[in-house]
Design a protein around this ligand. Structure first.
Ligand code: CTP
Length: 481
């Protein structure tokens, strides 16, 4: 492959000029080079120089006439933004890490030293930007061959590479999942041996990798690898608890770990939504906690959707996932994940459909997608039956939404109007009337419109002993009409 093709941008020629002028060698290294071979060109460039990264960046910035540079003197790195390009400069290092933290003790090194200290052979490729051999590939560990064969392997003994930064164990799993590569046996063994070291890595860095894994084509692969290497026990023990099958009186339940990963892949084939994928991963998380064997019924997991929804905040907190509306969304999905299936097993009544629309709101389509992904029976007839029922539910959802507009339910009668009508201050009664009106709409006793709601307000008010002091006669409909 002709590498010059991929170094045509002005940034590379300027780096090359500065290298020549300053007499300092410079190379593109890491992800940018790897991604050329993977045919997914990126705009993130890492430049390693045999000297000071900060000084070099300053000179490049001057020639590019940009001021968008940040200098991190303590780390000896600089980051430059140029249009959509993001360029990082770093001096070549020969690093060793202290055992208890990630803060490296940095020494200047050669290109070879720098390549040695990288995580994987496929991430240690470098292209020269020096005039004497511009575009030459420097691949001391046969990384290109590993890219071709689909192998994740460390440049040095994996025990050394992983001791330098234990996050790399998780990066191995993430790259394997993203690229559909195998982790080389020796590297995989080293992860098994050292899995406990992941404890010194911050939750933010771990979760970054998990999210990248989760946005892959088939995220289950990553979770299987995490389990196989023993990392999962440290990262998400609640999920490990889903493993296994128990039998009593010849009755067994399904393996909820395998089931969950099947659901996750089913869902991922339909949706890129990261948070819906997390919901798929966590939808049955409370099954171990709620599992009972009941004579005559077999295995039950009553209430696992509610207990599961309650577990979400602590899991999100521990993983440093956002504790905002994304978390609420995942909670809602977990809590509601059985509703469409329960609904489709009975006769699909309008009021049950309205209640589901009310509870799910605008997330109803996502919920339906999750529920369809949740059907993993090996029995084709069962799958067909469920999917047919879901089609009925979807049709009903559409009809009722068109008629009653429940998805974005706004109370047709406001609390203000209730207080004005009965001459009362904020109190319990206002809530009672509002709830009655909402229930009447959801149960189909009245339609979702102002006039019907207004009349019901007057009726309920009188029933609970209130007397209207202001009535708008334009909206009053006599009761027997
Ligand atoms: N690197 C490393 N060890 C780490 C993180 C990064 O050796 N724990 C090196 C690798 O050579 C990597 C480069 O730094 O290629 C850049 O890392 P990063 O930007 O995190 O990842 P990329 O490899 O570019 O991949 P992606 O963009 O998919 O995260």
């Amino acid at each position: 492959m002709e590498m010059r093709e991929f170094l045509k941008h002005k940034i590379f020629s300027i780096v090359s000029d500065v290298a020549e002028f300053e007499n300092v060698d410079a190379y593109v290294i890491g992800g940018y080079v790897r991604d050329i071979f993977l045919n997914r060109p990126s705009k993130d460039i890492d430049i390693v120089v045999l000297g000071s990264g900060v000084d070099f960046a300053r000179k490049v910035a001057r020639r590019l006439r940009t001021t968008k540079v940040s200098y991190f003197k303590n780390f000896g790195t600089a980051q430059l933004k140029y249009h959509e390009w993001d360029v990082e400069f770093v001096g070549a290092r020969k690093e060793s890490y202290r055992l208890d933290s990630r803060k490296p003790i940095v020494e200047n090194g050669t290109l070879e030293d720098d390549q040695n200290r990288r995580d994987f052979t496929i991430n240690a490729l470098a292209l020269s930007l020096n005039k004497r051999n511009f575009g030459e590939l420097i691949d001391p560990f046969d990384g290109v061959n590993d890219l071709k064969r689909g192998i994740i392997r460390t440049p040095l003994d994996p025990l050394t590479t992983f001791s330098d930064d234990p996050l790399r164990m998780l990066r191995a799993v993430r790259f394997a999942t993203q690229l559909n590569f195998d982790i080389e046996p020796k590297t995989l063994d080293a992860i098994r041996q050292m899995n406990g070291r992941i404890k010194i890595v911050s939750a933010e860095r771990i979760t970054d990798e998990l999210n990248k894994m989760m946005t892959s084509l088939r995220p289950s692969m990553g979770w299987f690898l995490l389990d196989e290497t023993g990392l999962l026990e440290y990262i998400l023990p609640e999920f490990v608890a889903l493993k296994g099958v128990e039998s009593r009186n010849g009755i067994s339940h399904k393996d909820n770990f395998l089931h969950t990963l099947e659901v996750l892949d089913n869902l991922s084939a339909k949706s890129d939504n990261l948070w819906l994928r997390w919901a798929a991963l966590l939808h049955d998380i409370a099954k171990p906690k709620t599992k009972r064997f009941i004579q005559g019924q077999g295995w039950t997991f009553h209430g696992h959707e509610f207990v599961g929804a309650k577990m979400i905040p602590s899991i999100f907190r521990k993983l440093k996932l956002p504790l905002n509306d994304k978390m609420k969304y995942v909670q809602k999905m977990v809590q509601l994940h059985l509703r469409p299936i329960v609904l489709s097993q009975d006769e699909v009544t309008d009021s049950a459909v309205r209640r589901l629309l009310f509870d799910a709101g605008d997330d109803i389509d996502d919920l339906m997608m999750l529920c369809e992904a949740d059907i993993t029976s090996k029995n084709d007839a069962t799958v067909k039956r469920h999917l047919a029922n879901f089609r009925i539910v979807r049709k009903k959802l559409k009809e009722i939404e068109e008629k009653d507009a429940i998805r974005n339910f706004q109370p047709p009668v406001s609390g203000e109007l209730i207080m004005d009508t009965f001459g009362i201050k904020p109190c319990k009664e206002v809530g009672v009337i509002k709830t009655r009106i909402k229930d009447a709409i959801l149960d189909g006793e009245i339609h979702n419109n102002f006039v019907e709601a207004y009349n019901l307000m007057l009726k309920v008010g009188r029933e609970i002993g209130l007397t209207p002091i202001k009535i708008d006669q334009r909206y009053v409909v006599p009761e027997n009409k």
